[in-house]
Structure formats: structure tokens, C-alpha cells
Design a protein. Structure first.
Lengths: 188, 168
């Protein structure tokens, strides 16, 4: 069963084999949890929202049109549910104030001396966790889920060029920190 | 070489440039230590991001999802049965009212038709007559209203849930 494609598993679930849905859950749970945790910045909320996402996906499986990839459809549910949750806890307003152009505060924060002794991977994780939700979602989908720019643009409902801008700015942010902290020698 | 900005370097890393642009940037990187440093920092940012690890959900997460699905299926089945019971009851009541009215009309139209109506149907008519008589009609009215209210509530909830599912 684990070798089957998403589409084959969905067809089986639609035929009434509910237990097969666990294969889909196992396949996507950690990837989407990572994205949700970075967007919501809270482990408990992330798991709760993820549970809702799997339930929503299951309840709407019949309406899934086999034209797009299941992953694109599912991440759309994940992203929109995360946004709903964020707006519910009033954090969205706070995050929206940090537009994609406004990542400089992170550069200055993580270029400071206080962080000198920390490991690069630790710093990177901290930075990613502090990125605005859209940037965190793009970074996770691109690097962890290995989704294409086109797929990400469908999930976020934004243009391909906007996805590229978000991706490049997030990467530039890390580049600036690496340069300012002279971490290049450390990495090389 | 300073005109090569981060945007171009990003495109260079993502292999989005044509052969001529790649050649120009390659050459510029070789000739400019500042550009090389920027490029290496960007390459490293990219490789660090590629090495990111997944976060893991709690071990019994999949089991919880399956349990929730099964609970939901059971609830949906129960709701279906409840709706069927309510609709059946309403059907029986409506049928009773129709039979009663039919009996009343026949009785009033031709008193001699009593002879045609068999004893069995007469008894049935009397039974419904008593059931929907002045004494019981208010009780029936209340029960009917209550059933209709409960059914409306469940139908409203069902519609709301369907709408929510549709929106997501």
C-alpha cells in the first residue's frame, strides 16, 4: 500500500477503505506539521490544526478533482486553515506588519554578538521560525516538500514571480546573516 | 561587476539564466572577491536550507485521525437514522390525518356509504377519529411542532456543516 501513488490511495478510500487514509496521513503528517509549526509558532496549535486539515481533506475527498496533485490540494487546505487559525488568535495582524520587504529586523537581530557562540543550524532554525508566515510556508514547501514554484503559487494563490520574490528574499536574509557574522569560513 | 545584484545571483543558483548570462556571472565571480563572497554566502544559505529537518508529530497522531474519522462516520450514521425516524413519524402522522379527513368526507357526503365501509375500516376510522379528536389534537400539535423544531435544527446544522466543508 505504501508504494501506491496518492491518487490510487484516494480512489481506494473513496471506495470505502477508510483505513487506507492512514497511508496518506503518514505520508504528509510530518511535512505539513513542520510548515504549520513554523507558521503558527506553537506545537500544540500546529498539531490541532493539522488534525483539522486531515479531517477536512477526508470529508472533501469526493470533491477532489484529479486534475491537480493531491499534495497541492492538501497544502492549500493546510495553508488556508493555518491562516484562519492565525486570524482567530489575532496574530495575523502582528505578522502582516512584517511585510516581505521588512526582513531587516531579523538581519540585525541575528547579526548581534549575543548569537556568536551559537551553531549555524540553530540560528537558521531560529530565523526560519521567526519569518512571516508566508515566507515560512514558501521556504518549507520549496526546501522540505520539494514542491515546484508553480505548485507553491497554486497553494498560496499568488503569482509565480511573487513566490520567487519571497524565496529569494528569505535566502538573501540568510546570506546577509552568514556574511555579517563571518560564518562563511565556518561553513567552508 | 557591481551591477550583478543578489537577484541575479539567486537566478544563477536556481539555473534560471541563459548561457550568455551564466558566462558573464561566472567570469565576474572569478574576478571579484566581493561578489564571490556574496555568491558563496548565498550558496551556503541555500544548502543550509536544503539540510533542514522535518518536525515530528506525536506518535499516535495517525491513530487519532482514524479514530476521529470513525467517530464522525458513526455520528453521521446516527444522524441519518434519526432523520429517517423523524421523517417516518411525520409520514405516519400525515397518513393518519389524510385517512381521518377522507373518512370524514365520505361520512358527510353519503350517510348510506356506511354500509359500504366495512366494519374494519369503520373501526379504523373511529380509532383515528378518537386519536385526532378535540381531546388529543392539542397534544398532537405540540408533539408535531416539537419534532419539526428538532428536525429543522438538525437540518440547519447539517447544511451549515456542508457549507463549511464546501468552503474549505
Amino acid at each position: 500500500m505504501k508504494d501506491l501513488s496518492d491518487i490510487e490511495i484516494i480512489e481506494s478510500v473513496l471506495k470505502g477503505n477508510t483505513a487506507d487514509y492512514t497511508v496518506i496521513v503518514d505520508r504528509y503528517k510530518n511535512k505539513s506539521f513542520t510548515m504549520l509549526k513554523r507558521m503558527l509558532r506553537n506545537e500544540f496549535d500546529a498539531e490541532e490544526v493539522l488534525m483539522d486539515c486531515f479531517m477536512k481533506a477526508y470529508n472533501n475527498l469526493a470533491s477532489f478533482k484529479f486534475e491537480s496533485k493531491f499534495s497541492t490540494w492538501f497544502y492549500k487546505i493546510v495553508y488556508n486553515t493555518a491562516l484562519t487559525k492565525l486570524s482567530g488568535i489575532k496574530r495575523k495582524v502582528e505578522n502582516e506588519m512584517q511585510s516581505i520587504d521588512d526582513l531587516d529586523y531579523l538581519v540585525s537581530k541575528y547579526s548581534a554578538e549575543d548569537y556568536n557562540k551559537k551553531e549555524l543550524s540553530e540560528i537558521i532554525n531560529k530565523i526560519i521560525n521567526e519569518l512571516p508566515e508566508k515566507n515560512a510556508a514558501v521556504i518549507t514547501m520549496f526546501y522540505l516538500e520539494e514542491m515546484s514554484i508553480e505548485e507553491i503559487s497554486q497553494v498560496l494563490n499568488i503569482s509565480v514571480s511573487n513566490v520567487k520574490v519571497i524565496l529569494h528574499r528569505s535566502r538573501n536574509l540568510l546570506k546577509d546573516i552568514i556574511q555579517k557574522r563571518n560564518l562563511l569560513k565556518e561553513i567552508l | 561587476m557591481n551591477n550583478i545584484n543578489d537577484e541575479m545571483l539567486n537566478k544563477f543558483i536556481d539555473k534560471e539564466l541563459n548561457a550568455e548570462q551564466i558566462r558573464i556571472i561566472d567570469e565576474a565571480i572569478k574576478n571579484s572577491p566581493e561578489l564571490k563572497s556574496r555568491y558563496l554566502a548565498l550558496v551556503n544559505a541555500d544548502s543550509v536550507l536544503r539540510k533542514m529537518n522535518f518536525e515530528s508529530v506525536t506518535p499516535d497522531f495517525t491513530k487519532s485521525v482514524l479514530q476521529r474519522i470513525q467517530r464522525r462516520k458513526l455520528l453521521a450514521k446516527q444522524q441519518k437514522h434519526f432523520l429517517f425516524a423523524v421523517i417516518s413519524l411525520l409520514g405516519i402522522i400525515t397518513l393518519g390525518i389524510v385517512v381521518y379527513l377522507f373518512y370524514q368526507i365520505i361520512s358527510l357526503a353519503s350517510p348510506e356509504s356506511d354500509k359500504i365501509v366495512t366494519t374494519y375500516s369503520k373501526d379504523l376510522g373511529d380509532y383515528f377519529s378518537n386519536l385526532f379528536g378535540k381531546k388529543n389534537i392539542s397534544i398532537f400539535g405540540s408533539v408535531l411542532s416539537f419534532i419539526m423544531l428538532v428536525s429543522s435544527y438538525f437540518l440547519y446544522e447539517y447544511q451549515k456543516k456542508s457549507k463549511n466543508n464546501f468552503n474549505h
